[in-house]
Ligand binder design. Structure first.
Ligand SMILES: [Zn+2]
Length: 464
């Protein structure tokens, strides 16, 4: 239900952060029990609607009608799950049903109504039933059950008074909470607020997730090489893992061996960790851009949207590259953070921006390297910054940015990733032989000529 805000109150946005949980065995069992009870609620709704369909009745889909049905079934039907938690599942079902109905009405035949049972479903509770105190979180349970207090594995980025809801979920073998809070849009001191007339262009890329060109040659380059390396390592690791177990893969209709299920579970954990790493790096990159823009009072970010051409099949390798890029997430995080910082984000067409000279408007074949060089007027510059400058120039009423970047800030995304520095070696990487950075590497083979086996003979080999 949307909250009513008094007129004149500061603008609010809703933001969600995920935190892990530090749990005892008993707490973990109880939380999993809650999620399975939520899965039971989901299964009940599916069953009710299957019955209704069988007797050609209209399905029960509105949230209110489902809540009435839940109330009629009486309290304590779903283990320790309280009414609010059960209702959140009904809300999820109702939303999914209506979303599918809307898509089908628009002519999308691939939209499906919710029909699949789940062992566990996420459950959500609202601020009036929660208690958050530092890292401690009390999750509401059904009446008569002992209270359930759990510990978060990090401090939440929001003050406790701002928290609106908490969603408990299970992903890749771990329990998480998604904490949603309402956050006021940044208010700047007078004279420091972003000026909508100051436009900066943003070019999205793989090597540089964000290349930003502002006025007076001010520019920002965020390097994404660490993210690309993470993708590369992950792909290599996944392939090696797959190669090792293909012969254990179960045949259709067969139940997988214990070893196989162990492999599947491990793969899910590794996959989830990889996704988390990339997401985190992309969030940090977006934050860098917004911080840079706010410092320079940039009020409008023009972002070149490349998504129009991504559906074209470009071959196996390039398709993998574009998928790993996750450009939709790059745009979404930038938009969210811009909104919070009171900066406007405008999506523009980016076609031809990296192959047009901003000085003489001549078409230049897309450079292969990072350096753009115009054969007509001799202009040279960083390819991504040239593209960003072109994007800024496309905005109606936008400024003409300085053509050459005079003041470039360089930042790296993904400084937390393994393998970025020598101090944090990526265990997926091949060990370095004789590297001074401390990796022992693989054991070298025994020196040739010594044919001794174990025991006494080895002693002589060592002393010789
Ligand atoms: Zn030129």
């Amino acid at each position: 239900m949307p909250r009513h805000n008094e007129p004149g109150s500061p603008a609010l946005v809703h933001r969600t952060a995920r935190a892990g949980l530090r749990l005892t065995r008993g707490q973990r069992r109880r939380l999993l029990g809650l999620l399975m009870s939520a899965g039971d609620v989901w299964a009940c709704v599916l069953e009710v609607n299957a019955w209704r369909k069988a007797r050609q009745d209209t399905p029960l889909v509105s949230y209110q009608a489902l809540c009435r049905e839940l109330a009629a079934s009486g309290p304590a039907c779903f283990g320790e799950l309280d009414t609010t938690g059960a209702r959140s599942v009904l809300r999820r079902y109702s939303d999914a049903w209506f979303a599918a109905a809307a898509r089908r009405k628009k002519g999308d035949g691939s939209a499906r109504f919710p029909r699949r049972r789940r062992r566990m479903m996420p459950a959500r509770w609202y601020h009036d039933r929660l208690a958050v105190d530092g890292r401690r979180l009390r999750i509401p349970v059904a009446r008569g059950c002992p209270p359930l207090q759990v510990r978060l594995d990090r401090d939440l980025p929001y003050p406790p008074g701002r928290i609106r809801s908490v969603t408990l979920l299970y992903e890749a073998g771990r329990l998480w909470v998604d904490v949603t809070a309402e956050v006021p849009v940044t208010v700047y001191p007078l004279g420091a607020e972003p000026d909508p007339g100051r436009v900066a262009g943003v070019d999205l890329g793989i090597i540089h997730p964000y290349a930003v060109a502002g006025r007076d040659g001010q520019a920002l380059l965020v390097s994404g090489r660490a993210i690309r390396a993470e993708h590369h390592q992950h792909l290599k690791d996944t392939k090696a893992r797959q190669r090792a177990v293909t012969r254990r893969a179960p045949k259709p209709g067969q139940r997988g061996s214990r070893r196989w299920r162990h492999y599947r579970r491990r793969q899910q954990i590794v996959e989830a960790r990889h996704q988390r790493r990339v997401r985190q790096a992309q969030h940090e990159a977006a934050r860098t851009v917004i911080g840079w823009a706010a410092d320079r009072r940039v009020g409008t970010l023009a972002v070149g949207d490349p998504r129009g051409v991504l559906s074209i099949d470009a071959g196996r390798r390039h398709n993998q590259r574009t998928r790993d890029w996750r450009v939709g997430h790059l745009i979404a995080t930038l938009r969210d953070k811009a909104e919070l910082a009171a900066i406007t984000l405008v999506l523009t067409d980016e076609r031809g921006t990296s192959s047009t000279c901003p000085a003489c408007r001549a078409r230049v074949p897309k450079p292969r390297g990072r350096v753009f060089c115009c054969p007509h007027c001799g202009l040279a510059g960083h390819r991504d910054l040239i593209a960003a400058a072109n994007i800024a120039g496309r905005l109606p009423g936008g400024i003409t940015p300085a053509v050459t970047a005079a003041d470039v800030t360089h930042r790296r995304a993904g400084n937390h990733l393994p393998g970025v520095s020598a101090a944090r070696r990526d265990p997926r990487r091949r060990p370095h032989h004789g590297d001074i950075r401390g990796s022992p590497g693989r054991h070298l083979p025994a020196p040739t000529g010594v044919t001794a086996g174990r025991g006494v003979a080895r002693l002589t080999a060592r002393t010789s």
